[in-house]
Design a protein around this ligand. Structure first.
Ligand SMILES: C[S@@+](CC[C@H](N)C(=O)[O-])C[C@H]1O[C@@H](n2cnc3c(N)ncnc32)[C@H](O)[C@@H]1O
Length: 274
């Protein structure tokens, strides 16, 4: 798929699913773990005092910003997405949740984020959640990281929840060990090549301070263990996937990385140096 097909794909999901979770995510369990990881990290890096400003690039229909705004009443959020129909649905979600005084949404492209007049000059935290994997070349992913880094205040953070080729390969090895075929990324995704991307993080003036694996148990259950007893089928509603979600959140409150690095998404935590 080229970049026009990728945009068409997201426009299609936005018009089909509107303000529902399904416009951006196939299962509520994965979204619950993403929001849990983002909120724990926001609490540790900015807390909830003093009016911090947060930007999400590729915000889809706004579910992350809206849910985080409910957890953090003193933070304000800007979300940007290149699909106008996603932004319309995001504004609707903010209105329904009664957080529209602190949550704004705009149409814009990750590659042009430096020039969006509506945005603040800089933010305490900029984050992405499965956005940069939609850029169809590593060079574009690197360019977007540099642009997003330039929107972070010195000492602030760029948080990226993105799919990784490294942890995906480990997950596929588990499938193969149980006689299942390796899965392939969707056509419209380019998972992070960590060797390339992490070198670039440093070149963009950021320091990688952590990589959190928050969905390993969930993804092992969803993509490996349940399919292994289920004729290979991925069952998003399986009770064991829900139990894995609950257990992952409970344990992450005490310590992270308990289940190794087998989740397809990882949270890359980067701090801007100057
Ligand atoms: C998998 S969805 C995730 C949405 C949201 N981050 C979430 O976690 O619910 C990816 C989103 O990124 C947006 N997107 C993809 N490429 C983009 C780009 N170059 N600039 C801005 N948004 C982009 C898509 O329109 C889509 O809404």
């Amino acid at each position: 798929m080229d970049s026009r097909d990728i945009r068409r794909h997201w426009t299609n999901w936005a018009t089909t699913y509107g303000s529902a979770l399904r416009a951006t995510t196939k299962t509520w369990t994965a979204k619950a773990l993403e929001i849990d990881a983002l909120s724990r990290r926001l609490r540790s890096v900015v807390g909830d005092s003093g009016g911090g400003k947060i930007l999400e690039m590729g915000c889809g229909n706004g579910i992350n910003c809206v849910e985080l705004a409910k957890f953090f009443p003193n933070l304000s959020f800007d979300g940007v997405d290149f699909v106008p129909e996603m932004v319309t649905a995001a504004i609707e979600n903010a209105r329904s949740a009664d957080v529209e005084d602190r949550v704004r949404f705009f149409v814009g492209d990750a590659i042009g984020a430096g020039n969006l007049p509506e945005l603040q000059p800089s933010y305490d935290v900029v984050f992405t959640d499965r956005c940069l994997i939609n850029l169809d070349a590593i060079e574009l992913q690197k360019q977007a990281i540099s642009i997003l880094a330039s929107k972070v205040k010195p000492g602030g953070y760029l948080l990226m929840i993105e799919n990784s080729l490294t942890s995906y390969a480990k997950q596929n090895r588990c499938r193969e060990a149980l006689g299942l075929a390796a899965r392939k990324p969707a056509d419209f995704n380019l998972f992070f090549d960590e060797d390339e991307i992490l070198l670039h993080v440093t070149a963009a003036g950021l320091e990688l301070v952590d990589v959190e694996d928050f969905s390993s148990l969930h993804d092992l259950m969803l993509y490996v263990l349940v399919p292994a007893i289920n004729g290979g089928a991925v069952d998003y509603d399986h009770p064991l996937v829900q139990a894995a979600t609950t257990l992952s959140r409970e344990l992450a409150a005490e310590a992270t990385g308990t289940f190794g690095s087998y989740g397809q998404n990882r949270l890359f935590v980067c701090r801007r140096l100057t």
